[in-house]
Design a protein around this ligand. Structure first.
Ligand code: GLP
Length: 255
């Protein structure tokens, strides 16, 4: 794992945007896996601002609330349209965002997994991390080998989403999410985190044991993860100075 500690949130997103645009220039038919949540917003703004040509790129996303159609403003589908897709040059036939309103969700989940494999797998997966350690909607306790499927949301996650749904009772109880195994199959992963509320989980994810109790800790086994975080999110890393040292001496090859 490469841990990159930046001064602030803007710098985190600038770094991630540079990684994505550099990869796109190398491989215009890049297969991108997108995340939602607060954290990647500035990354998407920067990708829009870059005016890169994404016409040949393919897009998948991480998760969706079961029951929400793409036009629902609370859906992750809608979020990605609003923050990214509506503003970049791309081919809509190459966008494969999860839908929460399919009739047979279990079957749809397996087909989504197959679709990712059919196109040759995800080149770059953008990730965030929940305060409880979830990646996508793989809540603590999820199988580290899981694939795309329906998951029950953790009660804490439901409370976190109560704001956009007005009350916890209105938050869907289920999500469709890429599995941890699906995420691990991506060739490269960029996980972004910022703010003091992420410091404890970043410490457990990077420096704690690999355990299903912290789904993000599975990334310790992935060969190419860039963890791009700000000083606040890095505050509880015991080896913060080591990560800074390694990064400042990095041999910038193969980017
Ligand atoms: C959400 C999403 C994740 C996201 C994470 C962190 O629940 N399912 O994909 O990465 O929580 O969100 P935020 O960036 O808002 O902290």
């Amino acid at each position: 794992m490469e841990v990159i500690i930046k001064a602030n949130y803007e710098e985190v997103c600038r770094e991630a945007a540079q990684m994505v645009t550099a990869a796109l220039r190398k491989k215009p038919a890049l297969v991108l896996g997108l995340a939602t949540g607060k954290t990647p917003r500035e990354l998407y703004r920067r990708l829009v601002e870059s005016q890169e040509d994404f016409q040949n790129a393919m897009f998948f996303n991480l998760d969706e609330f079961v029951g929400l159609p793409p036009r629902d403003p609370r859906s992750f589908h809608h979020y990605l349209q609003e923050h990214l897709m509506d503003h970049i040059r791309h081919d809509p036939r190459k966008v494969f965002f999860l839908r929460g309103d399919e009739r047979d969700m279990e079957r749809y989940a397996s087909e989504y997994e197959e679709k990712i494999q059919d196109v040759g797998g995800i080149d770059i997966q953008i990730l965030g991390i929940g305060r409880n350690g979830h990646i996508a909607f793989n809540e603590p306790g999820s199988s580290l080998g899981s694939r795309t499927r329906i998951k029950t949301l953790d009660a804490k996650t439901i409370v976190e989403y109560a704001g956009i749904f007005h009350s916890p009772d209105e938050v869907p109880r289920f999500s469709i999410t890429l599995g941890i195994g699906t995420v691990m199959a991506a060739r490269r992963i960029i996980l972004l985190a910022a703010g003091p509320e992420k410091a404890e989980i970043i410490h457990r994810m990077v420096e704690g044991p690999i355990t299903a109790e912290v789904p993000g800790s599975a990334l310790q086994l992935h060969p190419l993860v860039h963890l791009v975080i700000d000083e606040d999110a890095a505050a509880k890393l015991a080896r913060r100075d080591y990560w800074k040292w390694v990064y400042s001496n990095k041999w910038r090859v193969g980017q």
